[in-house]
Design a protein around this ligand. Structure first.
Ligand SMILES: *Cc1c(COP(=O)(O)O)cnc(C)c1O
Length: 399
């Protein structure tokens, strides 16, 4: 890092993020181009609709869409895109929401796509005043189920692309979109974390949504890209329910800068750097008793590999979740990707590392493993308490 670290002066712990792009940790490392753009625009007045016109052109070029705009977050984008599908260009209807009387107000979504990304995706649907209509079962969805769920009340269909969703048994996007389009229903794709800026529109999406603050390394924001009339209908929600999801000039310009930086980014160089971190970890952990390290590709085919570290408590004298907790508690705190830790493994994601942090991560893990090996008993705390920890902490916040 070039700038001095502001965190100690704020009394904040200098966390090292090997969990991925997490809102709870501040999302991603914002690229210098976006930081510079935001600094330049913050003291100036601009005509926001014009700034968003410029954003539309950049988004259109990068995503291959007719139009686009920047909103507060991908989650806001879901709500605004659905609201737009409900109101069209009717400004009166825009002010009426979330009261959906007289409007098409149903949104079809496959059950295997009903994920949480920090909040339930169906809540982003309901915020517009719409009602989610669930298609299929958690691990299966068939064409007749989607077709049957569509009616004259259907405003839109939502399709989620994410490692959070069920990865088998569901309808692929092209088939999903064909069924919707035959019935005149627009398809909105939540691709918040997906590196592919063009593929979902090419596969039949009418609107695709991305987070600015994930792989792009932009400021907190969301990108709405797609067909012009639908993008415009989503954009005019800023005079309605979108007001509470307002985006500032700095995030609009910062997102544009991050998109343009993405175009010029040395993707191969970044991949090679991530590979070096994975190789280093592999070399440090392979001979350790009780742990097995393997490299796994990203489940949704983003160009990104992660290390899966499996922990055998008998050998390592610690469970995977206690190891994750020890890493998070220590100095410096190392936050691993632990969403399936009850299976006895967690992941190390190299995509948000500052230079040399991979060494610190390796050293912290080795130290914790050595400490555990010296323990005469197996460190194994109940998972149930861990699962409820966040709720317990929120009950006391801000203390
Ligand atoms: C992160 C994420 C979101 C939310 O994105 P924000 O821009 O943080 O609102 C929505 N959907 C999926 C699949 C995500 O991964």
């Amino acid at each position: 890092m070039t700038a001095p670290d502001i965190r100690p002066s704020l009394g904040l712990r200098p966390v090292i993020n090997v969990s991925g792009t997490m809102t709870a940790l501040g999302a991603s490392i914002v690229v210098p181009e976006a930081v510079a753009a935001m600094t330049a625009i913050l003291p100036q007045f601009v005509e926001i609709d014009d700034l968003q016109r410029k954003a539309s052109a950049v988004i259109a070029r990068l995503c291959g869409s007719e139009a686009g705009f920047v909103t507060a977050s991908c989650s806001a984008g879901i709500t605004l895109a659905i609201a737009g599908a409900m109101t069209g260009d009717d400004l009166y209807a825009v002010e009426q929401l979330p009261d959906a009387s007289g409007l098409q107000d149903e949104v079809v979504i496959m059950m295997g796509h009903m994920v949480g990304y920090g909040a339930p995706v169906e809540q982003a649907i309901r915020l517009a005043g719409a009602t989610p209509i669930v298609v299929g079962q958690p691990t299966s969805a068939r064409a007749y189920q989607l077709a049957g769920a569509i009616s004259e009340h259907t405003a839109a269909a939502l399709y989620v692309v994410s490692h959070h969703t069920v990865q088998y048994g569901l309808l692929p996007l092209d088939e999903f979109a064909a069924i919707c389009h035959e019935r005149g229903v627009p398809v909105i794709v939540d691709a918040a974390s997906e590196y592919d800026l063009r593929g979902f529109l090419e596969a039949g999406a009418d609107i695709v949504l991305y987070s600015s603050h994930k792989f792009l390394g932009g400021p907190t924001g969301g990108i709405v890209a797609g067909r012009k009339a639908l993008v415009r209908a989503a954009f005019i929600q800023n005079g309605g329910i979108g007001r509470g999801m307002k985006v500032g000039k700095e995030s609009v310009l910062g997102t544009m800068a991050a998109l343009e930086a993405w175009e010029k980014r040395d993707h191969a160089g970044i991949r090679a750097r991530e590979q070096r971190a994975l190789d280093l970890w592999l070399s440090r952990f392979t001979e350790r008793p009780g742990v097995t390290a393997v490299i796994e590709p990203d489940p949704t085919n983003n160009p990104l590999d992660r290390m899966k570290l499996s922990v055998d408590p008998e050998q390592a004298h610690i469970t995977a979740w206690d190891l994750a907790d020890a890493l998070a508690r220590g100095t410096p705190p190392v936050i691993v990707r632990d969403h399936e830790v009850e299976h006895g493994h967690f992941f190390l994601d190299p995509c948000n590392l500052h230079p040399d942090e991979e060494e610190i991560v390796a050293a912290r893990i080795v130290t914790e493993l050595e400490t555990a090996r010296r323990s005469n008993t197996i460190i194994a705390s109940p998972l149930i308490e861990r699962r409820n920890r966040r709720a317990a902490s929120l009950a006391k916040w801000p203390d």
